[in-house]
Design a protein. Sequence first.
Length: 225
Amino acid sequence: MIICVTGTNTDVGKTVATAALASVVKGTGRRVAVAKPLQTGEPQGAGDAASVASLARVTTHEFARYPEPLAPNLSARRAGIPQADRAELLAWLRGLESTTDVLFVEGAGGLLVRLADTFTLADIASDLNAPLIVVTSLGLGSLNAAELTVEAARARGLTVLGLIGGSLAQEPDLATRLNVAELPVVTGVPLIGCLPAGMGSLEPGAFTEAARGALGSFSVGGAMS
């Protein structure tokens, strides 16, 4: 099965959350892989796929990469590189799905960031009939961003399995504490868990333990039902 991972914005902890999900599901004995279809602004050998591979010790894949740290369509356009073809990208993802039990697909930025001029991750998830997990910030302003993202997904007929808090401070402020309780209320989807701030700097063994502690309630079986 394929599960798409998106964020309420860029820099909300989506890559670390993807790695944590992969680590947790891998721990159940399933074959897990992660696809980062379009990477921007990173040199060869670096980027989100490399980070996930290092943290979760799973196989990762990229479809294309573009030089500047921009939305993929803009980065491709400015570099004079052909933008991703929707049919080719879908065929690539379906091919990866056939080789594993669970394929997590990490988007670029938020749900409606343009992967190419004519499509977004929301379109890809719809084409694949894949559910979404939304990674959200937790501080002031996060409720609005999370609710907008879930609402946009549902308006397109997508299933949102839940939210993940991308970075929870050890001593969260009042807004964050209230938001953690309020997020499932305003969005209508469960908060799967919150990842501790700085988790992405852990060694793989410690990362796996932290992932289990934060997201241990996540079940692929539940996602399939």
